[in-house]
Design a protein around this ligand. Structure first.
Ligand SMILES: [Zn+2]
Length: 409
């Protein structure tokens, strides 16, 4: 039993025409008109299959296929249909269309399951419009409240709650998780790990832990011509040493760690003034929580020393820390075994990117099925896969749904 690859491709292409601007990729920001149009397509297809379509009060869409025993906890499959600005044609939407194709294939072959199978499109995954993202899955999983979601605002000051109503996707059903037998999400791997492994199916053991922090460096402003070098308290020179140290952390703590400084604010940011103060962002991600903590502590020690040498002061402030989020081991093993049964090579890994599965794994047995992107390039119009890998991922999903859902005919 296999999915219909041509039909999956055609569904993907149809959704990807929504928000498409030639040369600029696809832009379907959450709760925009493009998001609404893509949702309308999905809802139409779910209804064509005879599924019960439920939209909850934070805009998540469920297509529910009945099981023989409809009281059993469902198997939940899906991802997100929204994109970043100028996004690609696979991130998120592949997982939703693969879930849809699984249901279509079950229908083709008249296969019923003991458990209900639910397709889901999570609302505002990307967070491009309403940061921090993963909004719908966070509320459904009970990690956030609907009021938190409603109060989120975009850069134009528009509120999530109002925009949800405007596009007609503020449902009546409260977003609240029920017991779930298994959550499965197909997604593209948004880095080079899987591609460089040369394997077809990535099987993440979970989502890496992350620490978002800010370093505040205090020096003193002085005249760029008048003040002697040895007398200066140059906050930017101190910060420069610290930033290179952030970059060097993975050399010392292992290649599973990635570190980034992507933002810096210099004051007064004036050509003829010695920099008085600098704030810069630190992003540390690592599967091993202990290593990540040691790296953060050592970084702070280094920064103290660098600040002393430059006659400055430094303080580190953690904005967000999350430990790693492991997926369900038996479900992960099932994905791996299923992929091998289908003749695909597999690669065990940790996901450096976050996904709705990061919320779901906190309330339900969860696993992901990753497929490689060419060059690992995501969140860009050039996002591309070898189509073979997408079909492989969807077929692994189909078989895992058959096993989890207990196919009966
Ligand atoms: Zn995504």
């Amino acid at each position: 039993l296999r999915i219909n690859g041509a039909r999956l491709r055609s569904a993907l292409d149809t959704v990807n025409q929504v928000g498409f601007v030639p040369g600029h990729g696809r832009t379907r920001l959450a709760l925009s008109d493009a998001d609404r149009d893509a949702r309308n397509l999905l809802v139409g297809w779910l209804k064509d299959l005879g599924l019960e379509v439920v939209v909850d009060d934070v805009g998540n869409i469920f297509g529910k296929r009945r099981g023989h025993d409809d009281r059993l906890p469902p198997v939940l499959v899906g991802s997100h249909i929204d994109t970043v600005k100028r996004g690609g044609q696979y991130d998120g939407v592949l997982g939703v269309m693969a879930a849809l194709e699984v249901i279509r294939s079950l229908e083709d072959h008249g296969i019923e399951t003991d458990r209900p199978i639910w397709v889901v499109n999570w609302c505002e995954e990307e967070g491009t419009r309403f940061p921090p993202g993963l909004v719908g899955s966070a509320v459904w999983s009970g990690l956030r409240t609907p009021d938190w979601a409603y109060g989120l605002t975009d850069s134009a000051g528009l509120r999530f709650g109002d925009e949800l109503g405007r596009i007609g996707y503020r449902g009546e059903t409260p977003a609240a998780a029920c017991p779930v037998h298994a959550y499965l999400e197909v997604h593209v791997d948004q880095g080079v790990v899987l591609e460089q492994s040369g394997k077809t199916i990535g099987v993440p053991k979970g989502i890496v832990g992350l620490r978002f922090a800010t370093m505040h460096v205090e020096g003193r402003a002085d005249h760029a011509g008048g003040m002697q070098m040895v007398q200066r308290h140059d906050a930017l020179c101190a910060a420069a040493e610290m930033i290179l140290q952030v970059n060097a952390l993975p050399n010392r703590f292992g290649a599973d760690m990635v570190t980034t400084v992507g933002e810096m604010h210099v004051r007064p940011n004036s050509r003829f003034t010695v920099p008085a103060s600098v704030d810069f962002a630190v992003d540390i991600r690592c599967w091993d929580d202990d290593l990540a903590l040691r790296a953060w502590e050592e970084l702070n020690e280094f920064c103290e020393a660098a600040a002393r040498r430059r006659i400055c002061q430094v303080s580190g402030e953690t904005l967000l820390f999350t430990g790693r989020l492991p997926f369900d081991q038996s479900l992960t093993s099932m994905v791996e075994a299923t992929a091998r049964e289908l003749g695909h090579t597999t690669h065990p890994m940790a996901s450096g990117a976050s996904h709705d599965a990061a919320n779901l794994c906190q309330i339900a047995p969860t696993a992901m099925i990753l497929v490689p992107l060419i060059g690992g390039r995501s969140h860009v119009p050039e996002e591309e896969t070898s189509w073979y890998d997408c079909e492989a991922g969807a077929n692994v999903l189909l078989q895992c749904v058959l096993k989890s859902g207990a196919a009966v005919s």
